[in-house]
Each structure stands twice: as structure tokens, then as C-alpha cells.
Ligand binder design. Structure first.
Ligand code: SF4
Ligand code: SF4
Length: 267
């Protein structure tokens, strides 16, 4: 089954390369791809860890076996563009929206490809729903990526992968019988590892991050400030959910992801 896993990972990587081929300026580095066991104890606990309504893989695909999780790391120029104080750069907002839109294309392609091999894959319906009152989704790519061993959580609440945390995650539930990863044992975040760094906390313009907790409501309020300004790229969440855009701007920020030791690598 090693060959099957390699085949799937290679197909996804090549699909991204193909998309970027004709462009003068690449947007993404090579994706990181891994699988989580749908029945890993950590995945089984997602209703406790994330939200009591978190969707389970078998609710997405009856005979779910694995979750294909992938990280699209942003190219360095994208992260660099967002280093200034205050609101997010327009490049950051654009690439954020383009990445979200591209996920749909990758997922559709991979579902077809996996079906061509005689297996099945599905996007989680909850992945495209964002509960604004609670500022949460019932499908956490970050936690599934953690279960797959793609990285560990930073003080910035993001997953620090081998290529850092500046980028976006996505996932598909599959019945592919492939070897899976498991959570990394050592913390990637310097603060969690040895109490040093803490730079992401200082960079947050809304005090949503402290060394004690992450205030998702303060963070979202900052993202909405950005959405008032970055209206030219749409709002891919609203588009993908097929809903009227609650507001049409890009709900982005990302200041706690850039200009840091964990931006584009594991520190
Ligand atoms: S900036 Fe430092 S403290 Fe914050 S997540 Fe990265 S390594 Fe951890
Ligand atoms: S995304 Fe922005 S507002 Fe939210 S925690 Fe990071 S820096 Fe703070």
C-alpha cells in the first residue's frame, strides 16, 4: 500500500505544480501531504477537543478509513508582503482567497483521481461552514493535520509544519487503505518547547493572543476590519458555502504567521 500512498501524494503535488507552471510568480511551495487514520484516538476525541458538533470522518464517508490532509505553503514573497503593522497586505488577502478557491479544484481533481483507482474520497460538508456566532467550524483541518503528523500547534494557534505555518490546510476523507502518520512527539513552537520566542503574541494587533489563551472573537473582529478594506477578492467562504456573502471582503489578518522563526520552517 506504500505505492498507493506515493501515487496519491505525487498526483496532488503534480496538480499544484501544473497550476503554477504558466505563472511568472509562484504562489505556493510544494505541498506537504499526509494521511490521518480516521480511527486514531486523537481523531475520535475531536468532539471533545474542538467542538461537540465536530463532524466525524464516517459521517462524511460511510466506510472512511483515512483522511488525506495537505498543506499548501505560501511562497516567501507572500508572507513577506504581510510583515507591516496594522491591516493585512492586499497580496496576502488575494493569495488567501485564491488558495481557498484552488482547494475546490484540487479536491475535485483528487476525488476523481481516487475514484479512478477504485476508491472513494469526499469533502466534509462542514468544512465550508463557518459558525460566525461561535467563530468556529465543525471541521478542523488543523487538528486533522496534527493527527496526521504534519506539525504541532504554535502559540499562534496555527500548525507549524516542516514548511512553517504561513499557508493553508485542507483535507479529504477517503477509504484508501494506506499507511498513516501520527502526531509528532516534540513541540515545534519555541515557546512551548523551551519558553523562548513568543513573537507571534507581540505581533497580534488585536491582543487576541496571549500566553494563556487565544480569543477567537477578538481575532475575528480584526479579520472583519480587514474585510472592510480588502473587498476586491471576494469571500471564498461565502462562495463555497453557496450562501449570500455575509460581507463580501476577505476575512484575513495573518500577522501572527509572518516575520517569525516559524513562518516558513520548523524552528
Ligand atoms: S512565533 Fe514563536 S512562540 Fe509564536 S508560534 Fe512561532 S515559535 Fe511559537
Ligand atoms: S490572525 Fe491577526 S488578530 Fe488573529 S490572532 Fe493572528 S495576529 Fe491576532
Amino acid at each position: 500500500m506504500k505505492k498507493l500512498k506515493e501515487q496519491i501524494c505525487t498526483e496532488l503535488i503534480q496538480f499544484v505544480e501544473e497550476e503554477e507552471k504558466e505563472r511568472n510568480q509562484k504562489r505556493w511551495k510544494q505541498p506537504l501531504v499526509e494521511f490521518a487514520d480516521a480511527y486514531h484516538p486523537y481523531v475520535r476525541r475531536l468532539k471533545e477537543i474542538v467542538h461537540s458538533e465536530h463532524q466525524m470522518p464516517e459521517e462524511v464517508l460511510k466506510d472512511a478509513k483515512t483522511v488525506l490532509v495537505y498543506f499548501l505553503p505560501f511562497c516567501d514573497w507572500v508572507a513577506k508582503s504581510n510583515e507591516g503593522d496594522g491591516l493585512a497586505s492586499s497580496e496576502w488577502a488575494r493569495i488567501y482567497e485564491e488558495t481557498n478557491a484552488f482547494f475546490l479544484k484540487i479536491n475535485q481533481h483528487m476525488i476523481k483521481y481516487i475514484e479512478g483507482l477504485g476508491y472513494q474520497a469526499r469533502m466534509a460538508p462542514e468544512a465550508s461552514v463557518f459558525y460566525r456566532d461561535e467563530v468556529i467550524s465543525h471541521w478542523s483541518f488543523r487538528h486533522l493535520a496534527y493527527a496526521a503528523g504534519l506539525g504541532t500547534f504554535g502559540m499562534n494557534n496555527m500548525l507549524i509544519t516542516e514548511y512553517g505555518c504561513a499557508g493553508r490546510l485542507n483535507a479529504l476523507v477517503t477509504n484508501l487503505p494506506v499507511e498513516t502518520g501520527s502526531p509528532q512527539k516534540e513541540e515545534a513552537c519555541l515557546y512551548k518547547r523551551n519558553g523562548s520566542c513568543g513573537l507571534c503574541i507581540k505581533r497580534c494587533p488585536s491582543q487576541a493572543l496571549t500566553d494563556k489563551k487565544f480569543d477567537r472573537h477578538k481575532c475575528f473582529a480584526q479579520c472583519l476590519k480587514n474585510a472592510e478594506v480588502h473587498t476586491q477578492f471576494g469571500n471564498s467562504y461565502a462562495d463555497q458555502a453557496g450562501e449570500e456573502a455575509v460581507d463580501s471582503g476577505s476575512e484575513v489578518c495573518g500577522k501572527c504567521l509572518v516575520h517569525l522563526p516559524c513562518t516558513s520552517r520548523r524552528p
